[in-house]
Design a protein around this ligand. Structure first.
Ligand code: SF4
Ligand code: SF4
Length: 296
């Protein structure tokens, strides 16, 4: 479904906060100690967008955003968001959060700083962090659910050495009442094979059995887009690691220096976007496709 003025902010609605006018993706974390061999973040974030702001600046900037635009739904991303719980906890005093995390943070610290109802958790299962077994990871999720946190989905990456175990882990995730988001790997390599093009035919077959077929074309490449426009920049935005504000975290041409005190000004209308492939997976709801425009 494409974006329409009648359904202005699909992510805020899905997150249970239709009163929020804006969804903001914030690539804010430049730290992670997990050491996953397939990490897609690599050094790109810190190299291209070095963090040039303090926690105090970030808190001031989000307070100013709340004064200007009201509360937002913020996606906390980048490297590991759980490395910065005090900052996250302070920011969601005025906003709501969706946190992408490897789920290794101390749960007592998390629960002290961030109350249920303020945060949706999107944990990723990185098997090497859990002794290559999923039970303790799922047990931790259940403890959070018992405390009232919303944990709807678990992500896993199609890393070749783990491929044989993914179907069973997916079954355990589904049996626990969660959705499973299994995705191919990008910007990484295994035994000299750059993924996703470097998946062997056998691996490719396994990937296709695990990943929703509508998402990708034959060689695990996202289907090319032919968009009329995109409402990212109009009803959603991206803050990159260097603190600048852009329409999303892929189209990073700065529209202002968020951490430097600039007020965020959104576009009055959705604008065209000429990307062939949109890597902002969660921003699909903001895209306006040719057919949506024609039938409006
Ligand atoms: S937990 Fe995420 S950010 Fe950290 S190393 Fe693993 S993939 Fe990279
Ligand atoms: S289509 Fe994707 S890359 Fe383009 S503006 Fe929208 S979210 Fe950003």
């Amino acid at each position: 479904m494409g974006w329409t003025p009648e359904f202005p902010n699909p992510i805020c609605v899905e997150a249970g906060h239709p009163e929020c006018r804006y969804f903001m993706a914030w690539l804010f974390s430049n730290e992670c100690h997990a050491g996953c061999p397939y990490c897609m973040m690599g050094t790109a974030l810190t190299k291209w967008y070095p963090r040039q702001w303090s926690d105090a600046q970030a808190i001031r900037a989000w307070d100013q955003f709340a004064d200007d635009h009201g509360s937002a739904v913020i996606l906390f991303g980048g490297h590991e968001s759980g490395e910065h719980l005090p900052l996250v906890g302070r920011v969601v005093e005025d906003h709501w959060g969706i946190m992408v995390t490897n789920f290794t943070f101390d749960e007592r610290v998390f629960c002290r700083l961030i109350p249920p109802g303020r945060m949706i958790l999107h944990p990723s299962f990185h098997a090497h962090l859990w002794g290559n077994e999923i039970e303790e990871f799922l047990a931790k999720i259940q403890r959070f659910r018992n405390r009232g946190y919303w944990v709807p989905v678990v992500s896993m990456a199609c890393w070749p050495p783990l491929m044989d175990r993914l179907p069973a882990w997916r079954e355990q995730i589904l049996a626990a009442g969660l959705s499973a988001n299994i995705h191919p790997l990008y910007n990484t390599s295994y035994q000299g094979r750059v993924l996703p093009d470097g998946y062997t035919p056998d691996e490719l077959q396994q990937v296709k059995a695990l990943v929703p077929p509508c998402t990708y074309e034959d060689r695990i490449v996202r289907a090319p887009l032919k968009l009329k426009a995109c409402a990212a920049g109009h009803t959603a935005g991206g803050i990159t690691c260097d603190g600048s504000f852009a329409r999303c975290v892929q189209r990073t041409r700065a529209m202002g220096n968020f951490m430097g005190g600039d007020h965020v000004v959104f576009d009055e209308e959705p604008r065209p976007c000429d990307v062939a492939q949109c890597m902002c997976g969660n921003m699909g709801g903001y895209q306006i496709h040719e057919e949506a425009e024609e039938t409006a």
